[in-house]
Design a binder for this molecule. Structure first.
Ligand code: C2E
Ligand code: MG
Ligand code: MG
Ligand code: MG
Length: 282
C-alpha cells in the first residue's frame, strides 16, 4: 500500500516539476519579448550622505511589469536571464536606460548599476559596458558597478581582469550585500574595490541586536583602514540612521531616504532634495 502511495507522490511531484518548468519557460519567453519591446524599466533609489541627507547618487533597480504576469521581481527574472543565457542582452538594455536617465542629473551625482555574477565570468563584459556608456555619452567616472562577493569568488581571474579594465577608465566598483554569502575577508585584500555596501540584514537589526551593531561597527572600521567608502543598505528609520552616524558610517540608502522611483519621478525628486554641493552654505 505504501508503495502505491509512494508512486502516487512521485506522480504529483513530477507534475509539479513539469508545471514549474513550464512556468519558467513562459517567464523566459515573456522576458525575451519584454526586452525586444524595450518594456523592462529601471527605477532609481537615492544614496545619501547620512550626516545631512545630501543626495550623492542613485542605484538603478530593474523593474518589469508584464501585462499578463503582473509585477515580477528582479530577484526572479535576473537569475532566470542568467540561467537561460541572455543576461548580457537584459543588462545592456538596462544600463542604456539607466545611463540615459543619469544624463539629466547633476554632474556630481553618480549612477550605481548592478552587475550579475554571470557577467563577471564573461570576458566581453567590460567592452560591452564601455561601449554602452560611450554610445549614451555618460562619463564613466560617474558610474559605479555593484558586484557581489559570490560573483568575485566564482571566477576570480576573469572577474579581476574585468574589474581592472573598468577601473582604468574611472568606473568605481562596489561590493554589494557585504557580510552575506560566502564572505571571505581575504577577498578584500586580493581584490581592488572602491566601496562596500553593508547588507540590509545587519542594518535592519542595528538598533535591536547587539551582534549586528558590532558587526557593522567592525565593517566600518575595517573600511576606514582600507580606504574604502562604506554605504549602509536598507535604512528604514531615523533611529537606524542615528546609530549608523554614531558608528561613523558616512553613506546610506533605504526607504527612510526614498524608495526606488522611475526616471521621471527622480527628476522631480531632484528638484526638492538636498545636494552635497549646497551643504557648505546650509
Ligand atoms: P540589491 O542590489 O541589494 O538592491 C537593493 C534591494 O533592496 C532592492 O530590491 C531595493 O528595492 C531594496 N531596498 C532598498 N531599500 C530598502 C529598505 O529600506 N528596506 C527594504 N526592505 N528593502 C529595501 P529589488 O529592487 O527588489 O532588487 C532585488 C535585487 O535584484 C537587487 O538587490 C539586485 O541584486 C537585483 N537587481 C535589481 N536590479 C538589477 C539589475 O538591473 N541588474 C542586476 N544584475 N541585478 C539587479
Ligand atoms: Mg545593489
Ligand atoms: Mg544590496
Ligand atoms: Mg540584495
Amino acid at each position: 500500500r505504501s508503495k502505491r502511495r509512494g508512486r502516487g507522490q512521485i506522480t504529483v511531484y513530477s507534475r509539479e516539476i513539469a508545471q514549474e518548468m513550464k512556468r519558467a519557460t513562459q517567464l523566459e519567453q515573456a522576458l525575451r519579448n519584454a526586452i525586444i519591446a524595450d518594456a523592462v524599466d529601471v527605477h532609481f533609489q537615492p544614496i545619501v550622505r547620512i550626516r545631512d541627507g545630501a543626495v550623492l547618487g542613485f542605484e538603478a533597480l530593474a523593474r518589469w511589469n508584464d501585462a499578463d504576469l503582473g509585477f515580477v521581481s528582479p530577484a526572479i527574472f535576473v537569475p532566470l536571464a542568467e540561467e537561460r543565457g541572455f543576461i548580457d542582452a537584459l543588462s545592456e538594455a538596462l544600463l542604456r536606460k539607466a545611463a540615459e536617465a543619469a544624463l539629466a542629473w547633476p554632474r556630481d551625482m553618480f549612477l550605481s548599476f548592478n552587475l550579475s555574477s554571470a557577467q563577471l565570468m564573461d570576458p566581453g563584459t567590460a567592452l560591452s559596458i564601455l561601449s554602452t556608456l560611450s554610445r549614451v555619452g555618460l562619463d564613466p567616472s560617474r558610474v559605479e558597478l555593484e558586484i557581489t562577493e559570490t560573483a568575485v569568488m566564482s571566477s576570480a581571474d576573469t572577474a579581476q581582469r574585468i574589474i581592472n579594465d573598468l577601473r582604468r577608465v574611472g568606473i568605481r566598483i562596489s561590493l554589494d550585500d557585504f557580510g552575506t554569502g560566502q564572505s571571505s575577508l581575504g577577498r578584500l585584500r586580493d581584490f581592488t574595490f572602491d566601496k562596500v555596501k553593508i547588507d540590509r540584514a545587519f542594518v535592519s537589526q542595528i538598533t535591536t541586536d547587539r551582534a549586528s551593531e558590532h558587526i557593522v561597527k567592525a565593517i566600518v572600521a575595517m573600511c576606514e583602514g582600507l580606504d574604502l567608502q562604506v554605504v549602509a543598505e536598507g535604512i528604514e528609520t531615523s533611529a537606524d540612521a542615528a546609530k549608523l552616524k554614531e558608528l561613523g558610517c558616512s553613506m546610506g540608502q533605504g526607504y527612510l531616504y526614498g524608495r526606488p522611483i522611475d526616471a521621471q519621478a527622480t527628476l522631480a525628486y531632484l528638484q526638492g532634495c538636498k545636494r552635497a554641493t549646497e551643504a557648505h552654505t546650509a
